[in-house]
Design a protein around this ligand. Structure first.
Ligand code: GLY
Length: 261
């Protein structure tokens, strides 16, 4: 990030309907909405501490999963791509996000029959790895490649198995290092990178928000957090118990980008 640039974090308040969220790999369990809101405020506070300006979108009373703004857009320096989420119950989430991002970036859109969740898109430098999951399909990956090749990005599909999104399987935690659960995605897909594996007792621990030398990370995975610290990474843990019941992780709850690029 260039010095002096302001980092923006778009977030969205927890919906009162969150209990009715989509679930793919988890059984439904009661969500404490008040606690979820408290945890979400604490998450935003860590983003502020790491230099982000929070742009919080209003609560969407009917959109159960709307806190998971990551799935609605891919924000790059050159443009933002509004997705077409794989779950039809989530498609109405995109309009408020497009309204916010349109003030910062030129917008493009994934169109039917494409389906894409931002949680399936991991950007590493000029490569966008895109998970082929139950939420993201080849048609969307082709559209993404057509939009992004002219501005110098490579789009590479990656097979995902046993988890919701690519970023449930792997995220970046340093310039040259990915945090991965190799049961969910193969290391071979990510040429030239080094890896740290999640602790085997913490299969959902591959999701981290990387900001400079810091990561925001769920308190639910303490062994993996210790392994990250041993690599010299500054780990800021946040309680995520309630959003985790809705099958969401730390990356899901924000869209991060530099203002004015
Ligand atoms: N509950 C998060 C999702 O399934 O999209």
């Amino acid at each position: 990030m260039p010095s002096g640039a302001v980092r923006v974090a778009v977030t969205r308040r927890i919906s009162p309907a969150m209990q009715r969220c989509e679930l793919t790999h988890l059984r439904r369990s009661p969500i404490d909405i008040d606690l979820a809101r408290e945890q979400h405020r604490a998450y935003e506070q860590v983003l502020r501490k790491l230099g982000c300006r929070i742009e919080s979108l209003p609560e969407a009373p009917e959109l159960a999963d709307s806190v998971f703004v990551e799935d609605t857009a891919i924000v790059l320096d050159e443009l933002a791509i509004i997705t077409r989420p794989g779950a039809s119950s989530r498609r109405a989430e995109t309009s408020a996000v497009a309204g916010a991002l349109g003030r910062y970036r030129k917008l493009a859109r994934i169109e039917a029959p494409g389906m894409l969740d931002g949680g399936d898109v991991l950007r590493v430098g000029r490569t966008l790895y895109v998970g082929t999951s139950s939420r993201s399909n080849r048609a969307a990956i082709e559209q993404l490649a057509t939009l992004l090749m002219p501005v110098g990005y490579r789009v590479q599909p990656v097979e995902v198995r046993g988890c919701l999104h690519l970023k449930s399987a792997v995220t970046q935690v340093a310039t040259d290092r990915l945090l991965i659960n190799p049961r969910y995605a193969d290391r071979d897909a990510f040429a030239g990178m080094q890896f740290i594996e999640v602790d085997e007792t913490e299969p959902s621990g591959a999701n981290a928000v990387w900001i400079g030398s810091d990561v925001i990370y769920s308190a639910s995975h303490p062994r993996t957090a210790d392994a990250l610290r041993r690599l010299g990474i500054r780990v800021h843990t946040v309680e995520m118990s309630e959003t985790e019941k809705a099958e969401g992780g730390v990356t899901c709850c924000s869209l991060l980008f530099c203002e004015g690029r």
